[in-house]
Design a protein around this ligand. Structure first.
Ligand code: NAD
Length: 480
């Protein structure tokens, strides 16, 4: 299967183009070949999108945008299995999690379809200002125009939709650059939107390498907003180059989870196995640091190791597989080095640590120190550290000792403590009696510190995809 960029409905995969092969990370079978785009393709996609915005999207009524999003949701639901299998193959994500991703993606489209009809504005009480008598003032939320959306490999469908669906709901056009590691579900998604009736120039797909096409997507004068999900270094670079454009950055994390002495340990263990090892820890809010009250530490660790070792490891396409490969050998080797570094500095492996090609075993570390990479940096791999603590102030301090702040989990039956700790944690979101890894698609989601700028979660992303325009009328009779 050879696929290429799609600009105004036309696909670009001519012979002369450089290509990139996409391999199944589990067995290295070829999944697809992509014909790479260059800067001239990006410029064409943006010019085309700009035209479509002014000719069509800017004035498309809300009910039509809503219908297109709903039709796309229904088509995606009908083709759930084909999308889930594609994600399992291109990303190596176990089928059960790939299906879960498609279910969420359908919901994101439905939320966007509903929200497209509820983009409200307000009337300003103009007479609150001295001299404001006889004036009417109100706001309108207007679409921005051309939005560049750049997405990562780990949720190739759902995280793309967290950008595409709100952008379309608000009446924008999108230049969409998916991760080159997982381009097939993105390609299928663009076709779905077109089948659902979206004007072809309103969603242009760029199949390119980030380092080649990235700057053009970020710096072009006709782009009004850049929305990016991915790693911190790329996010920093985008922020620097975007100039006056609006920017949303959804970046990394090393999420803490805290178990106080009154936590429901049985439930927490079960949830944290998924929280650390779902999709091999390649989730931005994966549980990376688990702080356990010293009174529970030994029993927690014993049970946590036991349940982790019971995971069914293997081919992502098998129905029963819980745990599959990492995205590529390079990523797995990098993670293994971090484990080895920690061990050489005194950390211990409670389970896991073995690497075979892309398969890094689910790994639990203990006796870690706060300056080790597996604690201080984002591991983005199936590695979790279990750390004992004694007092609340201490665990809050350790949890906040990070350049990141995306989501955290707090487990306790004491509601006063839960809310106190939630207030003190420097995070974009805090879950109480739930793992950091849990996310619903309708709550505000995004980071503080170097975890990012802006919020997604459909309603909030729509706000960020619009500009607030003020319109005022002087009602003095002599002016009429
Ligand atoms: P990545 O940063 O390597 O790539 C993300 C996207 O950026 C890809 O499409 C890539 O082609 C593109 N890119 C690369 N260089 C670029 C450049 N110079 N200019 C513009 N675009 C460029 O990230 P990844 O490995 O695909 O994903 C993993 C990262 O994403 C992790 O750090 C993870 O925490 C983060 N992430 C964050 C969230 C969130 O919501 N906060 C969600 C998922 C993943």
């Amino acid at each position: 299967m050879k696929i290429g960029s799609i600009i105004n409905g036309q696909e670009y995969k001519e012979e002369h183009r450089e290509t990139l092969s996409v391999f199944n990370p589990y067995n290295q079978e070829k999944v697809a070949e992509i014909a790479l785009a260059g800067v001239e393709d990006v410029n064409k996609a943006i010019d085309q999108g700009f035209e479509t915005f002014h000719s069509t999207m800017k004035t498309m009524p809300a009910y039509q945008r809503s219908n297109i999003l709903l039709t796309t949701a229904n088509l995606l639901e009908d083709r759930k299995e084909s999308f889930a299998e594609t994600i399992a193959k291109e990303a190596g994500k176990p089928l059960k999690y790939s299906r879960g991703e498609v279910d969420r993606a359908v919901q994101v489209l439905r939320f966007a379809s509903e929200n497209a009809k509820h983009i409200y504005s307000e009337v300003i009480p103009m007479d609150a200002a001295v001299g404001g008598e006889n004036r009417l003032g109100f706001t309108k939320r207007t679409p921005l125009g051309v939005v560049s959306a750049i997405t990562p490999f780990n949720f190739p469908l759902n995280l793309s939709l967290h950008k595409l669906a709100p952008a379309i709901a608000a009446g924008n056009v999108v230049i969409f650059k998916p991760a080159e590691k997982t381009p097939v579900s993105a390609y299928m998604l663009v076709q779905l939107f077109h089948e659902a009736g979206l004007p072809t120039g309103a969603l242009n797909l760029i199949m390119g390498k980030g380092e080649v096409v990235g700057d053009a997507l970020v710096q072009h004068d006709k782009v009004q907003k850049v929305t990016f999900t991915g790693s911190l270094p790329v996010g920093k670079n985008i922020r620097k180059k975007a100039g006056f454009k609006k920017v949303t950055l959804e970046l990394g994390s090393n999420s803490p989870n805290i178990l106080f002495d009154d936590a429901d340990m049985k439930q927490a263990v079960e949830d944290l196995v998924k929280g650390a090892f779902a999709f091999s820890g390649q989730v931005c809010i994966s549980a990376q640091r688990i702080y356990v009250h010293h009174s529970l530490y030994d029993s927690f660790l014993k049970e946590y190791v036991k349940q982790t070792e019971a995971l069914t490891v293997g081919d992502p396409l098998n129905e029963n597989t819980d745990f599959g490969p990492m995205i590529n050998k390079e990523a797995a080797e990098r993670a293994k080095t971090w484990i080895d570094d920690a061990v050489s500095n005194g950390a211990r492996i409670a389970t896991g640590g073995e690497l075979n090609e892309t398969m890094l075993a689910p790994t639990i570390m203990t006796d870690v120190k706060s300056d080790m990479k597996i604690i201080a940096d984002e591991v983005f791999a199936p590695i979790v550290s279990v750390i004992p603590f004694e007092i609340e102030e201490e665990v809050v301090k350790h949890s906040n000792d990070s350049v990141y702040g995306l989501q955290a989990g707090v487990f306790t039956k004491d509601i006063n403590r839960a809310l106190r700790v939630a207030d003190k944690l420097e995070m974009g979101g805090v879950w109480i009696n739930e793992i950091s890894t849990y996310r619903q698609d309708n709550h505000p989601y995004g980071g503080v510190k170097q975890s990012g700028i802006g919020r997604e979660g459909v309603k909030y992303a729509i706000e960020d995809m619009t500009e607030l325009k003020f319109i005022g009328i002087n009602l003095n009779e002599k002016r009429l």
